[in-house]
Design a protein around this ligand. Structure first.
Ligand SMILES: Nc1nc2c(c(=O)[nH]1)N[C@H]1C(S)=C(S)[C@@H](COP(=O)(O)O)O[C@H]1N2
Ligand SMILES: [Mo]
Length: 411
């Protein structure tokens, strides 16, 4: 069925509601109570053209800006290829990228003096490193929260794990020279605010020094052995594995070493913050009780088979997927075919390097014909497991790491 477009400002227009009702063949009762920015599930996959180079089965969550999700079964590759990588943009793509004259300026209160590097300077004057790094949008899983929260209604697929090549941010900062009062590094990119106002920043987030100085934190120009695709930050990107992917600044042109917690766009308010203690679903939380999300929580995804698979009684079903745990590693992976009553241990590989996802596999037989669900649950190196139902509700719908589940029919 062909669905009407949702309103670009993020809420549903009356005229769209009317045509949506006619497509559905029924009224959207309580449409007036939908939170601003909320996309009804029936509309959550927009029809339309994907950006060039993307796999045709990716799901468009919005097209201005581009927000495109990878269905779980398309995350099956060990290393996420560019055509299957989710897109999360806060603004419009930069225009007129000139690689030859691209520069990165490092400034801020806590540098001895401001320095500017060309791409060539970075490539020739520092050692190169390649790491496979998990980048998960903090809003991944948002569609699972109830009451619903506004923003892209991601299911499971706002996560990727590609190989990034570049230089260590640490090595470059060392060359610049830092003052002892440095606490945070904030990024700026050249993407354009949707208003078109060149003075407005789309997003400018950052990380504390301890994360900025880690071995795996890169200033990268290559992804999976090729130039970074335009959508994913060409020609230079800050890549920080294990933390909300929002800290991995695309189209990187400037870094600011701050003596305060960086105060760029989307560092304040409720952005990328969750309550510092559990709250009841739907609660209003005072700003002072919110904290910035740092390392992402333990999570896993079933990438094979695809939900809805049908098999014959007696057949063994191979299962596989990936799991990750922010700055930690995953120590155990389990699956259940009986709604969590009993669990079976999976085989689990070590990550290719720190902050890369880990592959798991299992094989299962079903006792009789019928409908089943397979649930997958990871446990991190500190003993924390994924929850089976919605975890801590929060006002912006971040870090939902509930178990991924797929449907199976045995005939
Ligand atoms: N300059 C810039 N960097 C950005 C963003 C952006 O809109 N502009 N989006 C951030 C967010 S919220 C996410 S989840 C990731 C998405 O990375 P990807 O589109 O390469 O998958 O990029 C981050 N870096
Ligand atoms: Mo994100």
């Amino acid at each position: 069925m062909s669905l009407p477009h949702h309103d670009r400002r993020g809420f549903i227009k009356k005229s769209v509601l009317a045509s949506l009702a006619s497509v559905l063949g029924t009224e959207l009762v309580f449409a007036g109570s939908m939170p601003a920015g909320y996309t009804p599930l029936v509309l959550s996959a927009l029809e339309g053209e994907l950006p060039t180079g993307k796999h045709k089965d990716l799901i468009i969550r919005s097209d201005r800006p581009w927000n495109v999700e990878t269905p779980a079964h398309l995350l099956d590759d060990a290393i996420t290829p560019a055509d299957k990588m989710f897109i999360r943009n806060n603004g419009a793509l930069p225009t007129d990228i000139d690689i030859k004259n691209w520069t990165l300026t490092i400034d801020g209160e806590s540098v001895n003096s401001k320095k500017t590097f060309t791409l060539q300077d970075l490539k020739t004057n520092f050692k190169h490193y390649t790491y496979q790094l998990t980048l998960e949008c903090a809003g991944n899983g948002r569609s699972g929260f109830n009451p619903p929260t506004s923003g892209n209604q991601w299911a499971e697929g706002a996560v990727s794990c590609a190989e990034w090549t570049g230089v260590r941010l640490r090595d470059v900062l060392e060359k610049v020279g830092l003052k002892p009062d440095a606490v945070y590094v904030g990024y700026y990119g050249t993407d354009i605010h949707l208003s078109g106002d060149p003075g407005k920043s789309t997003i400018s987030r950052g990380v504390p020094m301890r994360k900025a100085l880690e071995d795996e934190t890169l200033l990268a120009w290559a992804m999976n052995g090729a130039d970074i695709p335009l959508m994913h930050g060409h020609p230079l990107r800050l890549v920080v594995g294990g933390w909300p992917a929002s800290v991995s600044g695309k189209w990187l042109s400037r870094l600011s070493v701050r003596n305060i917690i960086h105060d760029g766009e989307k560092m304040g308010g409720d952005s990328y913050r969750v309550p510092a203690f559990p709250v009841e679903p739907g609660a209003k939380v005072a700003a002072a009780d919110m904290k910035i999300i740092e390392s992402m929580p333990v999570k896993s995804v079933i990438t094979y088979p695809r939900s809805g698979a049908i098999l014959e009684l007696g057949d063994e079903l191979p299962l596989r997927g990936h799991s990750w745990a922010g700055d930690l590693s995953v120590k155990e992976m389990m699956i259940s075919i009986d709604y969590g009553a009993t669990w079976q241990k999976c085989s689990l590989q070590n990550p290719k390097n720190r902050l890369a996802w880990q592959h798991w596999s299992a094989s299962v037989r079903f006792p009789k014909k019928g409908y089943y669900e397979v649930w997958a649950k990871a446990t991190d190196s500190e003993g924390t497991s994924q929850t089976m139902v919605m975890p801590a509700w929060n006002p912006k719908g971040y870090i939902n790491n509930a178990c991924h589940r797929i449907a199976i029919k045995v005939v």
